[in-house]
Design a protein. Sequence first.
Length: 291
Amino acid sequence: MVSLQSILAATDFSTDARRAAERAAMICATAGLSRGAVLHVLESSWLEALKRFSLRADLDQSIASASRALDEWVATLRERSGITLEPQVRVGKVLNTILEAATDFDLLALGARGNHPLRDFAVGTTAERLLRQTHKPILVVRREAATPYQRVLVAVDFSPHSRRALAWGTALAPQGEIYLAHVFEALFAVEMRYASVTEETVQEYRAKARAQAEADLQRFIDAFGVDEGRLNRSIEHGGHVPTKLLDKAREIGADLVVVGKHGQSLTEALLLGSVTLHLLAACPCDVLVTQ
């Protein structure tokens, strides 16, 4: 299981960042967290420019203005949710400052897109770099936090990362339904066709691969020890893995998709990395990336 006692929401005052803070407050309430905070980072580069030109008054005013805005934000959120998040304003490079602040929390939440939507999810942006550099799970929020998470889709490849993904999924949705999704591949099925193996033999081979996947999934569930009454299973054959997961998320009306950052081998780590980035770019709901 995981230890979830605290959550940090990073904000640039954008719409999605507001949603991330609201979701953080809801998680504090539903999961009984002991600490929640919302962080705004003032980029140090332009503040340093103010210093160089001896505009100290403007510098102090910028920091005070950001603090007031964040305090008002937190107060509004408290009125709506009954939860008080701790406001934090820091000065520094955005990425490094968020990484440093996140070390004191179990979970980091941020909006899918900030005030610069075309920039925020391009390759090499803050969100992607955070995913690559932090060891903390990251919750990327797209939707309004109207209700606690009800339907959670967890991508499963039977690796330890998948076990952590399932643990986080159950922690963030203590009363929700959990859907386990596994995409298997019947190795060499295509080659068998090219080798003139009969279609009946190929189908038999694929049926055995599915049976093996089902057995592996059952062992995965048994080892985890979760109440099977909460679980729904989905085993799909082949195809483009991100598309399969997106289709399943839409089919069940998922409000959260959980995916591990790495798979169980180098090849699968690279694949799952691409799966993760694809989900972050295209998933219609919130996405949690675990380590």
